[in-house]
Design a protein around this ligand. Structure first.
Ligand SMILES: [Zn+2]
Length: 285
C-alpha cells in the first residue's frame, strides 16, 4: 500500500504459538477465527503472527522490527522457513539493501532477525549496511533485566547477539520522546509494554499510518485493555493505547499490527456500541 511517498509492505513470518513461559512454536493449526483468538488470551498460549514492515522511499529501504530470525544462522535446521530475508527476496531486495532498522523494543520476537551466526560462529548483522535504532531507555532496561537474579525478571530479552551489534557500532540509541531520523517518519516513545517501547508514525502527503509494536499487538485487542502479562506498566499501556486509538481514529490513519494473524492493517471505524473495529483499506487507483 502507499502512504504518501512511502510504499508500505506488510511482511510475515507466519503464525506462531507463544507460551506463558516465553517459548515459541510454529503454529500448524487451521486459521483461527477472531473469537478463538480472544478465547486464547486466557489459555496457556496465544496464537500470533510475526509481521515486520518494509518501508520504501527513494533510496531508503527501512524495516520496522526484524522478526524471529529462524533459519538465518549458518547451518540452521530451519530450512524453507519464512524469515525477514526470504520476505525481502519477494520484493527483490537483499539484506544489503536495507538502510535503516527501527526497533520498537528489544523483546526477542521483535529483534532476533537483526543478527545471525555465521559459519565461524561469529555474530553478524543481518543488514550490514543499515543503521539500527532503539531507544536508550529500552537498552538500559533490557540490561537491567538480563542481570537480575530474580524469578520475575523479563525472560523475553535475549541479548547475547545484540551485545555484538552494539559493540560493533551498528546500534544508535535514541533519547527524548520523539525523533525524526527520516523526513515523515516519527519515532515516538510510548513506554508501557517496556519502558523504552516506541511506535512509528508515518506521515506523508496528508496520509498517516502507525506501526504499533506491542502497544496494540493485534487488531483483536483494540478493545481489550488488559491482555498482555508481559506489559511492565499496564496503566501506561492503557493510557497510551486509548490516547493513540482516539487520535488515529480522528486522523483516519492506517494501523499496522505486528502480531495479528488476520486483520493486519486497516483504518478504525466504530460499531454501534462505540467499540473500535478494523475497517478495510480502500485501494487507490
Ligand atoms: Zn511482541
Amino acid at each position: 500500500m502507499q502512504i504518501g511517498s512511502y510504499t508500505v509492505e506488510l511482511l510475515s513470518e507466519g503464525r506462531f504459538e507463544i507460551f506463558k513461559d516465553g517459548h515459541i512454536n510454529r503454529s500448524l493449526n487451521e486459521v483461527s477465527s477472531s473469537s478463538d483468538i480472544e478465547n486464547a488470551i486466557t489459555q496457556t498460549h496465544l496464537e500470533v503472527g510475526i509481521n515486520p514492515v518494509l518501508l520504501q522511499k527513494g533510496d531508503y529501504n527501512i524495516l520496522l522490527d526484524t522478526g524471529l530470525g529462524w533459519g538465518l544462522d549458518a547451518g540452521s535446521s530451519y530450512s524453507n522457513i519464512s524469515n525477514i530475508c526470504t520476505n525481502l527476496a519477494i520484493f527483490e531486495l537483499t539484506p544489503e539493501d536495507i538502510t535503516h532498522v527501527f526497533l520498537s523494543h528489544l523483546h526477542y520476537d521483535h529483534v532476533a532477525g537483526s543478527s545471525y551466526t555465521d559459519e565461524n560462529q561469529q555474530t553478524q548483522p543481518t543488514f550490514p549496511n543499515a543503521q539500527y535504532y532503539v531507544h536508550q531507555k529500552e537498552w538500559e532496561y533490557a540490561l537491567s533485566q538480563v542481570d537480575v537474579n530474580s524469578a520475575f525478571y523479563d525472560t523475553n530479552y535475549q541479548l547475547d547477539e545484540f551485545y555484538r551489534l552494539v559493540a560493533d557500532g551498528y546500534i544508535h540509541f535514541l533519547t527524548g520522546q520523539t525523533n525524526e531520523i527520516i523526513d515523515g517518519l516519527r519515532i515516538i516513545q510510548t513506554g508501557g509494554h517496556t519502558p523504552g517501547h516506541q511506535i512509528i508514525k508515518i506521515k506523508s502527503d496528508g496520509e498517516i499510518a502507525y506501526f504499533l509494536g506491542d502497544l496494540v499487538p493485534s487488531s483483536t485487542q483494540l478493545n481489550h485493555h488488559k491482555v498482555s502479562t508481559k506489559d511492565t506498566n499496564e496503566l501506561d499501556v492503557k493510557r497510551e493505547k486509548v490516547h493513540l486509538l482516539n487520535k488515529a481514529y480522528k486522523e483516519e490513519a492506517i494501523l499496522l499490527f505486528y502480531h495479528s494473524t488476520f486483520g493486519r492493517a486497516g483504518r478504525l471505524i466504530r460499531d454501534e456500541d462505540k467499540r473500535f473495529i478494523l475497517g478495510d483499506i480502500p485501494f487507490k487507483g
